[in-house]
Design a protein around this ligand. Structure first.
Ligand SMILES: Cc1cc2nc3c(=O)[nH]c(=O)nc-3n(C[C@H](O)[C@H](O)[C@H](O)COP(=O)(O)O)c2cc1C
Length: 273
């Protein structure tokens, strides 16, 4: 259970926490505001984040010990544009490894991504060893061969024949020779957790870009691992057979930086009143 404690000595009873709590945990009582229904708390921290007097402790963290938010630190529009428009899928990497501490920093940032009901259902697996990344690619290619043999029509659409031929010539069209791979996964059927994985990986991709790390979605890995015939791919990732891969990024230091933003048509928008 989550714990929400209110310091009655400093609480001004402004009731902002009561108004913001999405699950109606807090109530006024004779002595001030109390967490009357703690079992409903999802730990989202709205009360904690917005309390003007810093009177709330959440899961043992006191307001005074929390990371402060400073709107002056937010990126200006040009910096935001550099990050969001300048992020590119990176498919060529330097061999120099990304230190674990730097990867950890990016994962910590991505851990602040939202998830439904603040359930935070996913786990990360980082494949740090480049040979192991190559063996994951090999497992995906082996799966593509079996799909070609079984005549799955998706093999034609996704050109598995071309990808397998490229692999046989010594290329890596699956992991692009990336030194590292990170996988968001869940120990069961993906169902609703898929959203959390996609959001976390998208956040991680941006965190990577901001830290000078290049990454690219590992879509073929995700397709192979989701197939009933893809158990060997899960195994190659060190996951058990019942796991679901929710998202994956190959990554490393980029060999080259983009010099311009490619054209992207905005998605159609309909304003309704
Ligand atoms: C879910 C998803 C799966 C993807 N899978 C792959 C992949 O397996 N291999 C690859 O080279 N690129 C993959 N991509 C990258 C897309 O091709 C890329 O995002 C798109 O072409 C736009 O380019 P940009 O990311 O540079 O803006 C994937 C992207 C997404 C969102």
């Amino acid at each position: 259970m989550k714990s929400v404690l209110i310091d009655q000595k400093t609480c001004s009873s402004c009731q902002r926490c009561i108004q913001l709590c999405p699950t109606s945990v807090l109530r006024t009582s004779g002595s001030g505001i109390v967490a009357q229904y703690p079992e409903r708390c999802i730990g989202c921290g709205q009360c904690f984040a917005f309390c003007p007097t810093g009177s709330i402790s959440l899961n043992g963290l006191r307001a005074a010990d929390a990371i402060a938010c400073n709107s002056a630190d937010l990126p200006a529009e040009h910096a935001l544009r550099s990050l969001l428009q300048g992020r590119r899928s990176i498919r060529r990497y330097r061999t120099e490894p990304v230190p674990r501490a730097v990867i950890g920093k990016a994962l910590e940032l991505a851990g602040h991504a939202p998830s439904g009901g603040n359930l935070r259902p996913l786990r990360w697996t980082v494949v740090h060893n480049s040979e192991r990344v190559h063996s994951v690619a090999a497992a995906v290619v082996a799966w593509m061969r079996s799909e070609l043999d079984s005549g799955n029509p998706l093999s034609l659409v996704l050109n598995y024949a071309g990808l397998v031929a490229s692999w046989d010539k010594g290329n890596d069209p699956v992991m692009r020779g990336a030194p590292h791979l990170v996988i968001a996964h869940y120990p069961g059927p993906a169902a609703q957790t898929m959203h959390a994985g996609v959001i976390a990986c998208t956040t991680l991709e941006l965190a990577f870009a901001g830290l000078g790390i290049g990454s690219c979605w590992a879509g073929f890995l995700m397709i192979a691992a989701a197939a009933p015939s893809g158990k060997a791919v899960l195994q190659a990732c060190g996951l058990d057979e019942d796991s679901s891969i929710l998202g994956g990024l190959m990554f490393g230091y980029p060999a080259g930086t983009p010099l311009r933003v490619p054209p992207r048509k905005p998605y159609p928008v309909e304003w309704i009143s």
